[in-house]
Design a protein around this ligand. Sequence first.
Ligand SMILES: Cc1ncc(COP(=O)(O)O)c(CNC2(C(=O)O)CC2)c1O
Length: 331
Amino acid sequence: MALADHPRIPLTFGPSPLHPLTRLTEHLGGARVWAKREDCNSGLAFGGNKVRKLEYLAADAIATGCDTLVSIGGVQSNHTRSVAAVAARLGLKCVLVQESWVDWPDSVYDKVGNVQLSRLLGATSRFVTAGFGIGIKESYQQVLTEIDLAGGKPYPIPAGASDHPLGGLGFARWAAELVEQERAADIRFDTIVVASATGSTQAGMLAGFAALGERRRVIGVDTSAKPAETRAAVQRIAHRTAALLETELTDEVILDERYHAGAYGVPDEETLSAMRLAARTEALITDPVYEGKSMAALIDLVSTGEIPSTDTVLYTHLGGQPAINGYSAVI
Ligand SMILES: Cc1ncc(COP(=O)(O)O)c(CNC2(C(=O)O)CC2)c1O
């Protein structure tokens, strides 16, 4: 089925902004760097990459008569905050399982940022002691069963909306949008840099480009610190999404494991330095969990020439800023 034939509830403002990072480009002295801004893509609770994915899952939830969106993430999950935002916007209930994915010694870590926003948005958060993992968790299954038994109609959304049949469509549509923006701007990106964790952002891009017959180098930057799991997820979801779009993958899955700082949700000095440089050259705010790590990759790859100086490279900003409030000890 063609992408346009898949039901979607518009939750974004339209095409996300695409703009050159001229001061960062000048500072790095190499490839020309642009950004595409999912952090500015929607009016729903600071937007982000998950809102794009949820446009398709929300359509399915409404079509199947569900009354409660159920999802899972870490305490500072951007994904669960986005699910809470979409539920509020569509008049649905929302129950979130917040797991202890990050061992971070900040006294307000579990009170501010995303989990605070989810509370403001009216979601019910269940706090569970369980580590990061992109598989299906017992706590999540338990919530689904409870809602069923209470007569509700839950709509299950796995971590990052990734391991869901429709999880890759949001960024397949992103790929089509980018190609249109390139034509309008008379530009073509040789390389795309994107943070990867549960995998459907990068996977959707790969399937979307394949459906368009476009060959692109998409460099996924692992942020899970479990790269084998993330790589397998990107592969699985990319192939599944390509099949949904009646096409076959053409580009390889590239996942760079050098910038995850050794643990999910924990920044290292390279992460923090990248965040400062992006902020002080472009007022571009990245987070210590995801975008700070993909920014560290971009800076390193351009500075070392791994991304050639003749390239035009696109930095994909996927959101994540609210989590910064839980990291005041280092930012
Ligand atoms: C700001 C930001 N940038 C990149 C990513 C990685 O996207 P994928 O999970 O689709 O690979 C996340 C994910 N976040 C998860 C969450 O629970 O917030 C799904 C892990 C993200 O929030």
